[in-house]
Design a protein around this ligand. Structure first.
Ligand SMILES: Cc1cc2nc3c(=O)[nH]c(=O)nc-3n(C[C@H](O)[C@H](O)[C@H](O)COP(=O)(O)O)c2cc1C
Ligand code: SF4
Length: 678
């Protein structure tokens, strides 16, 4: 048996967890009608197959109707959840993983204008800025009801065959009672720590009365709000100590920080560009003080850090939550000595931001996660004939296509005009804060090398170069080039690429016109802000950075705030003209004829890319399908069989930004969705 600390079993009362790696609660918003149906089940079962010891399902499964789902949360208050839980539990148990569910009452961390339109409530009527509801102060009958609802929900979890539950106590109702920032009551539920804990004991007693001692009950709790007016470390650790000594809970899953705004949430769930495992030492201290089972997750996204956490006795169970969204087979790969094959979590936090912005968690570079029914996590070898696949362009789409074609057992040639692979991802990763993005490229290049893909850099492939390979299939993944032509006089402007690549030196007075609202323009603006430019960002959108989620927004907002940048919404830059040594930006809007002017040194225009499609159109008449993609077949996961030109010798497809300006996820999804069926 391995002596890897991560692979040692862990005994949690009667339950043996097969190793030390878990996925902490997170709501991927895969629920359907509030139930964990097939998509939910396949998602968790994949991690179980991948060797994980414990998957904490849901994230904040809600116990009552006045805690309406804020981000696709499961409805733990409905009896109809039980059969779905059984299927979910069976699917995980079948592959040897334990399964629990986090339940909660969201308190003020939701909104009233949905589901049953009941008022949101909290210990005191203190608004949570992130979800923006004004809560009512919970009355005695609310508290009685909610205590009962927790017990009902716990009973459903037990009836569903789960191994246990976890109560959420950070930013929700339970810790709302603990924190002086959110509990201003002067009755028996507020004031002294004893009073502030009364609700917690009431809930735990009600749950234990219902589920007995044989069912595992843990708590995911804040043990230090790290907030002047909030729960201090001293009181937080005292709560941990009391819970540990109560005999009412079986584990503590620790949180440090508070989550009422995106800015502070990003300290609890840190994204790329921040140090790894920022709260690990704190958790180790609480573990030492309580001598109780401690779980924890916060940016422990590599195996070495996870191993350190266990080996040094800081944690009993290590949460690698986003790491499993990026690669659900981490444990199997560790056990097989294939750590370098683990698809890295690059901390982009596209996953979490999308539960609000896109209503489903998706990994920036693993399109199979959440799509286990249609996209394989492990691509298998084709049973058909090996084919010659030629790919032009080694950005994310081309690299993913090459990797998947290699896994299918085809002979793959990958042309890239630049001296290195990566395309726009390499450009994005030039910003130091986002440098981890290069993992998206490096992992694929390593996989391609393992699979024997013939990668030819510094090769600007034209149609003749492609034809010389006598391909069966040609994939054009040439990406695009910035489109600045939306502004009159754009020859006087530069693109966000020019700033990111360093080709254009930052000016002193700079106007960034962001008519894309994605990372490209904001990253360029961040570079400019950090270079000390006097910066104005202009966007025609109603909201700033419309396509950037809450957590990704934080670092940009910090940089712009630090630099004193001016942010102007609802405005369109219509033209740029020269004025002496400088430039005049002409700014209009969709709402009136008025034009304003700004005197600046540099105008940066971001409006996505236009496809680089010459080689595609040159090859199109020679191809069998004339470049046609059968969308029905693509969606159904069936091979492409279109013939428009029987004389054509090969199939031709365009993927990624070579079709239209989109993002990294779209590029890799385009690639795997098509190539897995070759
Ligand atoms: C999509 C998503 C949804 C989440 N929802 C919850 C939740 O409902 N409850 C919870 O306690 N934590 C939630 N989390 C936080 C995770 O449990 C975990 O603390 C966080 O991702 C940091 O751990 P990691 O760095 O290993 O990913 C969520 C995380 C993600 C990525
Ligand atoms: S989107 Fe980014 S943070 Fe989320 S799992 Fe994927 S790589 Fe990790």
């Amino acid at each position: 048996m391995s002596n890897d600390p991560l692979l040692q079993p862990y005994r949690l009362r009667h339950l043996t967890l097969r190793n030390r790696i878990m996925s902490t609660a997170h709501e991927p918003a895969y629920s359907e009608d509030g139930m964990p149906k097939e998509r939910y089940r396949l998602y968790h079962a994949e991690k179980a197959k991948g060797g994980i010891a414990l998957t904490m399902t849901a994230g904040s499964a809600v116990v009552g109707q006045d805690s309406p789902a804020a981000f696709g949360n499961l409805h733990a208050y409905k009896d109809e959840i039980v059969p779905w839980l059984r299927e979910l539990a069976d699917a995980c148990h079948e592959h040897g993983s334990a399964i629990m569910m986090q339940i909660t009452h969201l308190g003020r961390r939701t909104n009233w204008n949905k589901a049953d339109w009941l008022p949101v409530l909290a210990p005191s009527p203190v608004r949570e800025p992130a979800h923006r509801a004004f809560p009512k102060e919970a009355e005695d009958w609310d508290i009685d009801r909610i205590v009962g609802q927790y017990a009902d929900a716990a009973e459903r979890m037990q009836a569903g065959g789960l191994d246990g539950i976890e109560l959420e106590a950070y930013g929700h109702i339970m810790d709302g009672f603990w924190s002086p920032a959110t509990n201003h009551r002067d009755d028996q539920w507020g004031g002294s720590l004893d009073n502030r804990l009364r609700f917690t004991w009431a809930v735990l007693d009600a749950i234990r009365a219902r589920v007995g001692d044989g069912f595992l009950v843990g708590i995911r709790m804040v043990a230090d709000e790290d907030w002047g007016k909030g729960l201090s470390r001293e009181e937080g650790v005292e709560i941990a100590r009391r819970l540990a000594g109560s005999g009412k809970v079986d584990f503590l899953n620790l949180i440090r920080g508070h989550i009422e705004t995106d800015a502070v949430l990003s300290k609890v769930i840190p994204i790329q560009g921040t140090p790894a495992a920022p709260h690990l030492d704190f958790c180790g201290e609480v573990r030492a003080e309580t001598k109780f089972p401690v779980f924890h997750a916060a940016r422990i996204n590599d195996v070495a850090t996870a191993r350190h956490a266990v080996a040094e006795g800081k944690l009993d169970m290590v949460g690698m939550t986003r790491a499993h969204i990026a690669d659900p087979h981490i444990v199997n790969k560790v056990a097989a000595g294939r750590e370098t094959d683990i698809r890295p979590c690059v901390g982009a936090t596209y996953c979490l931001d999308r539960i609000y912005e896109g209503h489903e968690a998706l990994c920036i570079h693993n399109p199979a996660t959440g799509r286990e029914r249609t996209i394989p996590q492990i691509v298998t070898r084709s049973t058909g004939p090996a084919r010659k696949v030629v790919i032009v362009g080694a950005g994310p789409a081309g690299l993913e296509a090459a990797r998947v074609a290699g896994e299918r057992g085809h002979a793959v040639v990958l042309f890239e005009a630049a001296d290195r692979p990566g395309g726009q991802v390499r450009l994005a990763a030039r910003v130091p804060r986002r440098r981890e993005l290069i993992g998206i490229v490096d992992w694929r290049v390593e996989q391609c090398a393992r699979l024997g893909v013939d990668m030819r850099f510094n090769t600007y492939a034209e149609a003749a170069d492609v034809l010389a390979e006598a391909p069966d299939v040609v994939l054009i993944a040439t990406g695009g080039l910035p489109n600045t032509a939306i502004v009159a006089g754009d020859d006087l402007a530069v693109s966000s690429w020019d700033i990111l690549s360093g080709d254009a030196k930052p000016g002193e007075r700079v106007l960034v016109y962001d008519d894309n609202a994605a990372h490209q323009g904001l990253s360029a603006a961040e570079v400019l802000a950090n270079a000390g430019a006097q910066l104005e960002i202009v966007t025609p959108e109603r909201f700033f950075a419309a396509d950037i989620g809450g957590l990704n927004h934080v670092a940009y907002a910090e940089a712009f705030d630090r630099a004193g940048a001016r942010i102007t919404i609802n405005k369109r830059v219509v033209g740029v003209r020269r004025s002496g040594n400088g430039l005049i930006a002409e700014i209009g809007s969709d709402y009136s004829e008025r034009i304003e002017e700004r005197e600046v040194d540099q105008v940066v225009v971001e409006h996505g890319t236009l496809p680089l499609d010459e080689v595609y159109f040159a090859l199109k008449p020679l191809s069998r399908n004339s470049g046609e993609m059968d969308y029905e077949a693509l969606i159904a996961g069936a091979p492409q069989t279109v013939t428009r030109n029987p004389e054509g010798a090969f199939q031709l497809f365009r993927i990624g930004d070579a079709v239209a300006s989109r993002n990294i996820h779209a590029a890799v999804y385009d690639a795997i969705r098509l190539v897995k069926d070759l």
